[in-house]
Ligand binder design. Structure first.
Ligand code: ASP
Length: 625
């Protein structure tokens, strides 16, 4: 069997009217066979009497020899073909001359001596070479995506994606899950992003939302008694694209009934491990079981709720050490209940001004007001703030963060969480800059759990769900779902609700959030209470989440689940740093499909039918990346 699972000798399982074999199958054991191949001209070399064509399909390459003496008509046709022509070749498999074998090619022991060459389709010169792994301009790649997809690297990533989906389907079916498709035209389920909307023709003035996730529907399936549901779900969120986020994405969506958080995490961990081993057996999983961090621990040690623990360089609290120094910035932050946190960057003691500026920019971009640095040398410590801290305190700081001579100590002082997150961003940059990840092949899965239920939304004057409006509360914290005033419609930042922990679990891979989920609130009264804290009084909650609230009055089982981002997962499994590299037809950063030319204007009658009139555009829609 070859990599695609096709037979390596005899007739191929992929044989059709045009071909007996694919271009990746023929081996020395096939020598002497009469065969037919169909594919694209990857490269053509004209040596006069002999013309060599490397014929390509997605399964591989086969060298074809066309000898004017053996097959004059075929030779004449081959004289006129160019790269990317589609050909059918009929001929005999023959052993390559000793010394001309190509060990890099699966078919490298043989060649096909052509009897006939038929041009099935001619081709213009492609806008970028298909046979060159060198990266072409991304705008061109997206405009001619069908040509880009012919290229081996990206083709392989999509095949791997297909294998992952197959493996996921098998695991879920083997574990009693039912695959249910949920509709695309729905009422919004807020996941914290803007909805894409679709106006209704039959009900002018009314609008569908495209799903940000099938959250409400999967919970309703639990009320309906499907105790294990999964779906490879398409989700749409109208938000700005980033490397790990686009307007459209695919997620593995799961929901289970009569489960604890431990049940969900255990199932997901087993599934992820099994599927990873099947799909990328060559990539080791760093640690099993997956390490678990409470949100607090992840923030305090790594400055992130999606920590990359493939390297150490942990954060350390410096509150005690710097207390009482002459450095006003630290003092005022500590007096306001904030945090002073630091880390030791190994070997960076001699960092240039430019490097320090770079790191400061990262900290500031993450919201910090500045980045304090101390260089630890053999002769002592140098720092622009040494005169405020004093030699002894500076030494204590170095000791606390574990810095040795030659290292650079970096410190951020800010509000709790903000300080750690800003230094966490610096840490991640340093991890890559200093090449601290020993084995980039490793897959470091981990869990983060016990997130706060809510974060205070000062503009909306309400408690916003940190993850999912349906997330359950840790049973120990149930009585915290209240306000200081006792009136749920009058929340304030001091409310006990701010201390409640959610039954939320996020799965992280190599510093990317692979997905998240939770045990849900399944009691009507508690859900109404949580919604009220989130600023949805009884009427608003009914308008937004009426289906779920009603359903919960007809017997809802305890339930919970998760959703994992397929695009992110494949990107990480194939070492890509942008999810566009693992999507067949992705959109640009500004949401364009350069190949189809979407979005595009519509004709006036189509708008009229929907009862819509467009305001004149403020800016011309960007068309490039
Ligand atoms: N619906 C959530 C999301 O898409 C995942 C979940 O809680 O299951 O992020």
């Amino acid at each position: 069997m070859n990599a695609e699972g096709a037979p390596t000798a005899g007739a191929s399982s992929l044989a059709t009217a045009y071909r007996t074999h694919t271009c990746g199958e023929l081996r020395a054991t096939d020598v002497g066979q009469e065969i037919a191949l169909a594919g694209w001209v990857n490269r053509r070399r004209d040596m006069g009497q002999l013309i060599f064509i490397d014929l390509r399909d997605r399964h591989g390459l086969t060298q074809v020899v066309i000898d004017a003496a053996e097959a004059p008509a075929a030779h004449e046709t081959a004289t006129g073909v160019r790269n990317e022509f589609v050909l059918q070749i009929k001929g005999t498999v023959s052993k390559r001359l000793a010394g001309t074998e190509n060990a890099k090619l699966a078919t490298g022991d043989i060649e096909v001596r052509a009897r006939s060459v038929t041009v099935l389709s001619s081709a213009k010169t492609p806008p970028f070479p298909i046979n060159d792994p060198e990266d072409a301009d991304e705008t061109l790649r997206l405009k001619y995506r069908y040509l880009d997809l012919r290229r081996e690297q990206i083709n392989r990533r999509l095949v791997l994606r297909s294998k992952l989906l197959k493996a996921l389907s098998e695991v879920h079916h083997a574990n009693g899950f039912v695959e249910v498709e949920t509709p695309i035209l729905i009422k919004s389920t807020p996941e914290g992003a803007r909805d894409f909307i679709v106006p209704s023709r039959l009900q002018p003035g009314n609008i569908y939302a495209l799903p940000q996730s099938p959250q409400q529907l999967k919970q309703l399936l639990m009320v309906a008694g499907f105790d294990r549901y999964y779906q490879i779900a398409h989700c749409m969120r109208d938000e700005d694209a980033r490397a790990d986020r686009g307007p459209e994405f695919t997620q593995l969506d799961i929901e289970m009934s009569f489960v604890s958080q431990e049940d969900v995490m255990a199932f997901v961990e087993k599934t992820v491990t099994e599927v990873t081993r099947q799909v990328v057996p060559e990539r080791p999983i760093s640690s099993l079981p997956f390490p678990r961090f409470s949100y607090r621990e992840a923030i305090d040690r790594y400055g992130s709720d999606k920590p990359d623990i493939r390297f150490g360089m942990e954060l350390h609290d410096l509150g005690e050490v710097v207390q009482g120094s002459d450095f006003g910035v630290f003092n005022s932050v500590l007096a306001a209940g904030g945090r002073v946190v630091g880390l030791a960057a190994p070997g960076l003691g001699g960092a240039s001004r430019g490097e320090i500026d770079d790191l400061t920019r990262i900290a500031k971009h993450a919201g910090a007001k500045g980045l304090v640095h101390l260089s630890v040398g053999d002769e002592g410590i140098t720092s622009p703030v040494l005169k405020f801290l004093g030699e002894t305190r500076a030494q204590q700081i170095a000791e606390t963060v574990g810095a040795s001579p030659g290292d650079l100590v970096l410190i951020v002082a800010d509000a709790d969480i903000h300080a750690q997150e800003a230094l966490g961003d610096v840490r991640v940059d340093l991890g890559h800059r200093l090449k601290l990840i020993k084995d980039t092949n490793e897959l470091s899965y981990l869990w983060v759990y016990s997130f706060p239920m809510y974060k205070w939304d000062a503009d909306g004057n309400r408690w916003d769900a940190t993850h999912n409006p349906f997330s359950g509360v840790n049973p120990e914290d149930e009585e915290l779902l209240t306000t200081t005033s006792g009136d749920l419609s009058k929340p304030s930042p001091e409310d006990p609700a701010g201390r409640a922990r959610a039954l939320q679990h996020d799965l992280v891979l190599n510093g990317w959030e692979l997905g998240g989920g939770s045990i849900r609130i399944h009691r009507h009264d508690l859900l109404a209470r949580s919604f009220a804290l989130q600023g949805h009084g009884a009427e608003a909650a009914q308008a937004k989440f009426g289906a779920v609230l009603d359903a919960f009055e007809y017997g809802a089982p305890p339930h919970g689940g998760i959703a994992l981002g397929i695009d992110r997962w494949i990107a990480l499994l194939t070492n890509q740093d942008n999810i566009r590299e693992v999507q067949a037809f992705p959109k640009t950063g500004s949401g364009s499909d350069l190949m189809l030319g979407a979005p595009s204007p519509v004709e006036a009658p189509q708008l009229a039918e929907l009862g819509l009139a467009l305001a004149p555009p403020k800016v011309k829609a960007p068309s490039a990346t």
